[in-house]
Write a protein that binds this ligand. Sequence first.
Ligand SMILES: [Zn+2]
Length: 408
Amino acid sequence: MAIKSKADLTYIREINKAEILKVIRENEQASRSKIFKITGLGWATVTKFVGELIKEGLVMEVGKEGNFRGRKTVLLEVNPKAGYFIGVDLGINNITVAVTDFEGRIITRLKNRTRREIGPREIFRKTVKYIKDTIDSSGIDVSRIKGIGVAIPGIIDFRNGVVVEAPNLKGWKNVPIREWFEKKFQFPVFIDRNARAMLIAERWFGAARGVDNLIYINLGMGVSAAFIFNGQIFRGESGSVGEFGHTFIAESDVVCACGRKGCVETFVSGPAIVRQAVESLNDAADSEILKLAGNKEDITAETVFLAARKGDAKALEVFRNTGKHLGVAIGNMVNLLNPDMVIVGGGVARAGGLLLDNAKESLDKRAMEVPRKAVKILTTQLSEDGGVIGAAGLVFHELYEPPTIEKQ
Ligand SMILES: [Zn+2]
């Protein structure tokens, strides 16, 4: 990065400050000398910017720790009350809105049922009301709110805040949703794909703190992926990055939602689990799956999971098959991208070990030794709130993390 003008110098200065905030946050607590060591910035720069962060209320001095000479060192911590974020998880069946503190802890959360048939205008109108209700019930003064983050399942033009396409919602094509929100609220608004919001939640608040090469896989109604490379969120050229569900994995006669055959999504998504379970019942009417669901039409991925936990052979076979294909698909990504960590989240990930043990077994066969050794594979530890925490985290990421190269 070349320094060209005075404006660039201001930018560098802000990167340094954001870098210091990041070190304090990722270490939970840090002394000035620790920041000095980690960042490699000059001592004067560290003390100056720490002073500014304290003055701005973003960071506070908390207790002291004794060093080896018995002298006391002041520790710094991020101030959880430095500001508040609004996260919106605009899902297929629910709209969840939360107010979080500066460290991503939920203060208030409201979950409302929705129907995708009502279309973008009506969903937007309801969401605005839910946001106002959530702020009211949080008791947080509006002036303390820093911004709104919205997570949506679809292809998102992040820079322009437009939902390019959301096949699982109805009528969402080129919807300038950020502009709509900005007319209703005075805060900055950021829109991103739901898988990317969940990725941010993991990095900000979950198992992936400090992980610089991370893949998040969202396994639900659909299947998508999101990436952090070299510590930066990767959004691709036109926002469609992460269509992992529509990569080819094996020959199959099942037609995918995208119109093609052989997609990952037709093997490992929630609907794929249900389809396989229904098919398997043709020759086994006494299955636990059917007992739990009542009838074939009411089988869900969850009933298949519960049946598998009870030891039902058909259900176990479905998860074996699902895990096997997931392992192959993850293996392709691991070979290609050499990540430190892959986190599997979304509704299907609630199957936990039942899914992942099978996936790891086939991953071991598929992945090459060097990238396989380097990567940790886990299911998310964040509850279903991952989307809403990540949406709030998106605001934090955009306003307070070191800027990405793209912003130059
Ligand atoms: Zn497809």
